[in-house]
Design a protein. Structure first.
Length: 325
């Protein structure tokens, strides 16, 4: 039997790399879109580069999206591409809207025109809950986004539901809470902390500047979360699901655990930089994934402490390579 084909936008990002590996393990023919850059940004895909096919396309250019759909003929499309860093969304709100919000509309429209039988996954975000209306947040919790990124994700979320309701597309949204890994971008707080901890331990850095240590997040492991994306597209009916661990921790707790992993005292190294505080903060996010547990049979495997340890250990390896070479 011919392999199922999947197309991943944002394959060069953290989740793209984990999802591509998962789909390869399941026997898929895996394709991904990359946007043109002066230097290639495919480092996260190094180990699987010869097993996947990459195509040039940009979320800003609907023609490129239609061409890649026509060329690949995917059974499943995972829309992971986004300007995903919240602080950048205040500096570049229009770009964030173009890529993260309208990009999803362009891709849905391309799917509808090229092959409406394609199953579509939209990477929605817990940032949409923003100034939270209830705790924990579930699929029915009203949204109150607090950043241009959160607003853009809300548009993408609702346009996905609208295409499902208007045209009968098999389109599902995963409302994913923060998920991290050794492949996380270095600007996000978890990876910023674990990289700094490793580099401080090896004498490559002497300070770690952070913003709001009191913010609380529900942090899970990216490898667990991409499995939920796949499960959503294997159901009989499209639907929307919260994906979360159900546990919240402060940034301070993350910092303390990360420094403890290498027997250092964070108080000696961490400084608060007011420039890193946000114009409007999301103080607390914690999700209730009961629907995903009941309907998808999904549950997280990696706990908070193991996630921190995994990330510190991977960054120690990397820092050792940096120190020796
Ligand atoms: P990420 O590491 O920042 O990856 C984003 C991807 O989008 C990259 O491959 C990037 O390509 C691509 N991209 C950006 N602008 C593009 C454009 N104009 N055209 C085409 N591709 C473009 O994000 P992630 O952590 O893997 O997250 C995946 C998705 O889930 C994102 O939509 C994010 O907003 C959403 N999400 C993430 C989390 C989380 O905690 N990680 C939680 C909820 C939702 P380049 O490599 O060229 O930059
Ligand atoms: O790691 P963060 O930048 O992630 P944030 O803003 O929660 O967004 C991430 O998760 C969303 C899901 O809820 C995704 F949709 C989004 O794409 C992204 O992946 O910041 C987490 C918290 C914030 O409260 C921030 O104020 O950490 C706080 N923080 C404190 N010091 C910091 C820092 N964040 C960053 N990036 N850098 C700091 O120095």
């Amino acid at each position: 039997m011919a392999a199922r084909r999947a197309l991943i936008t944002g394959i060069t990002g953290q989740d793209g790399a984990y999802l591509a590996r998962l789909l390869l393990d399941k026997g898929y023919d895996v394709h991904g879109t990359v946007r043109r850059a002066s230097t290639p940004g495919e480092q996260r895909l190094a180990e699987i580069r010869d097993r996947i096919t990459l195509h040039d396309a940009d979320m800003l250019d609907v023609g490129s999206l239609m061409s890649v759909l026509e060329q690949v003929g995917p059974h499943e499309v995972y829309n992971l591409a986004a300007q995903s860093f919240v602080p950048t969304s205040w500096q570049q709100p229009l770009l964030t809207g173009e890529v993260t919000a309208l990009g999803a509309a362009r891709l849905l429209e391309a799917v509808r025109r090229v092959d409406p039988n394609i199953r579509y996954y939209q990477a929605s975000s817990s940032e949409m809950f923003g100034k939270v209306r209830e705790e924990p947040q579930r699929e029915t919790t009203p949204f109150w986004p607090r950043s241009p990124y959160g607003v853009a994700k809300m548009y993408a979320h609702w346009i996905t539901i609208n295409y499902r309701e208007s045209y009968g597309l098999f389109a599902s949204c995963g409302i994913l809470f923060n998920h991290e890994s050794p492949l996380r971008g270095p600007e996000f707080v978890t990876r910023k902390v674990t990289r700094a901890v490793a580099r401080i331990k090896l004498g490559l850095q002497d300070r770690l500047r952070l913003g709001n240590l009191d913010a609380q997040r529900d942090w899970g492991f990216a490898g667990d979360y991409v499995e939920a994306m796949w499960l959503m597209l294997q159901q009989d009916e499209p639907d929307d699901y919260v994906i979360a661990t159900g546990e919240k921790h402060t940034v301070r707790e993350f910092v303390d655990l990360a420094f403890a992993r290498v027997d250092l005292d964070p108080q000696r190294y961490v400084e608060i930089d007011p420039n890193l505080l946000r114009p409007a903060e999301v103080n607390m996010l914690v999700g209730d994934a009961s629907k995903a547990r009941a309907r998808l049979g999904w549950q997280p495997r990696v706990c908070f402490a193991d996630l921190v340890a995994m990330m510190v250990d991977a960054d120690l390896e990397q820092a050792r390579r940096e120190a020796s070479g």
